[in-house]
Write a protein that binds this ligand. Structure first.
Ligand SMILES: C[S@@+](CC[C@H](N)C(=O)[O-])C[C@H]1O[C@@H](n2cnc3c(N)ncnc32)[C@H](O)[C@@H]1O
Length: 380
């Protein structure tokens, strides 16, 4: 029996669209198209469950239900009411509406959310004489996106954002988002075999994402709640099968993974986060990067040094210049990837970058820069 094919819009961070598209293809999504901070695909609800469970670079999996023109609030109310909501969820579920509006005719997105809520509540009342409740940690999350006078109404099948893997109990002072960390690893092209080091690992996000990735552990293994579980169409057996198949694909051998940091307290946070995720493959080392020397002939470093923003530096230019000196002097045969928003300081690393990828770390515009240190290395 052919299963219903739907279109999904998977949200991600700026710059990660291509790696997310690859992830979606590998999970069997068809008609994969990249957009700005999102990738669309077509598939059945099994694909929806897999995208939520297994995509490392997805923030949310939206299922568009309806779209139309909304010149004013009444038109928005009418459009929302045209969706047969009772087909998607039942009266006993709670729901919440998230409105994102880039429209001159609307100024107050809180008011728009109320208008959408009224449309849904009125529809249930007319049909059942009762209404579902609104709640913050709601079962069902509805996403309303308005640009100009065009509106797309979707179910957010994820619920809580997918960067919340559940393993990070505590963070350091400037933690990187898990989705960005996974994206950095994919963008680096790391082969998942060569030794990988994060020499300024903070709470350990990058190296933990690398551990999960290289052992094929699903990023959401520690999470047991997604919004799709509250939909009328939810098939628990199918969901359990997808989880089991993912677990069967896990690998026990992992490459050498090292997380280092100068600060003992931060390193202890990283260790307890890893213990919480049941990751045992990372070697944790306390140490100053400037005294770090390689223990293997080749390797990859991916790191997120302080940018002199959330984490101040006495002299950012000298700090980054010294990073370059260590790389050039001691790490021949290695490659290093650095993400930073301090573009002037990155230039002082003093090596010619072979790639510079624009990304955002939260609101900060960054570059993810690749340096290769080979014999007679290319000085800038
Ligand atoms: C921006 S934070 C890294 C955050 C990390 N990616 C995370 O997700 O938590 C930078 C880290 O560099 C560390 N650090 C600063 N100077 C260092 C040095 N000379 N050697 C090693 N680590 C250093 C800091 O202790 C801090 O934890």
């Amino acid at each position: 029996m052919a299963t219903l094919q739907r279109r999904f819009l998977v949200k991600t961070l700026f710059g990660l669209e291509s790696v997310l598209a690859d992830e979606i293809r590998s999970l069997g999504g068809s008609q994969v198209e990249e957009h700005n901070r999102a990738v669309s695909t077509v598939g059945d609800m099994d694909l929806c469950y897999s995208l939520n469970y297994q995509c490392r670079t997805a923030l949310a999996v939206l299922m568009p239900l309806h779209e139309g023109t909304v010149p004013d609030e009444q038109a928005l109310y009418d459009l929302v009411k045209q969706v047969p909501w009772w087909e998607y969820f039942s009266l006993d579920k709670t729901f919440i509406i998230d409105v994102v509006s880039y429209a001159d005719q609307f100024t107050n997105s809180h008011f728009l959310a109320l208008k959408c809520k009224d449309a849904i509540v009125d529809q249930f009342r007319e049909k059942y004489n009762r209404r579902p409740s609104i709640s913050k940690g709601a079962d069902i999350k509805i996403n309303v996106f308005i640009k100009g006078d065009h509106c797309i109404i979707s179910l957010d099948t994820s619920g809580d954002s997918l960067f919340k893997r559940g393993y990070r109990l505590q963070t350091g002072r400037a933690p990187i988002n898990e989705v960005l960390a996974a994206g950095l690893i994919y963008l680096s092209g790391w082969d998942q075999k060569t030794p990988l080091v994060d020499p300024m690992c903070g709470s350990g996000t990058i190296i933990m994402e690398a551990a999960l990735m290289s052992s094929r552990v699903a990023p959401q293994k520690g999470r047991d709640h997604f919004s799709f579980m509250h939909l009328n169409s939810f098939e628990r057996d199918r969901w359990m099968q997808i989880r089991e198949k993912a677990h069967d694909a896990e690998l026990s051998n992992t490459p050498s993974l090292i997380g280092r940091d100068l600060d003992r307290h931060t390193l202890n946070l990283a260790k307890s986060n890893a213990a919480n995720a049941m990751i045992t493959s990372i070697k944790w080392e306390k140490g100053d990067f400037f005294n770090y020397r390689p223990q293997s002939k080749n390797g990859v470093m991916i790191f997120n040094p302080p940018y002199d923003e959330r984490m101040p530096l006495q002299d950012a230019i000298t700090f980054y210049k010294q990073i370059g000196d260590v790389l050039k002097t001691h790490f021949t045969g290695w490659e290093a990837w650095i993400i930073s928003s301090h573009l002037q300081a990155v230039k002082r690393v003093g090596l010619k970058p072979s790639r510079r990828i624009p990304l955002f770390n939260g609101p900060l515009e960054c570059r993810f820069v690749h340096f290769e240190m080979y014999e007679g290395t290319r000085a800038k």
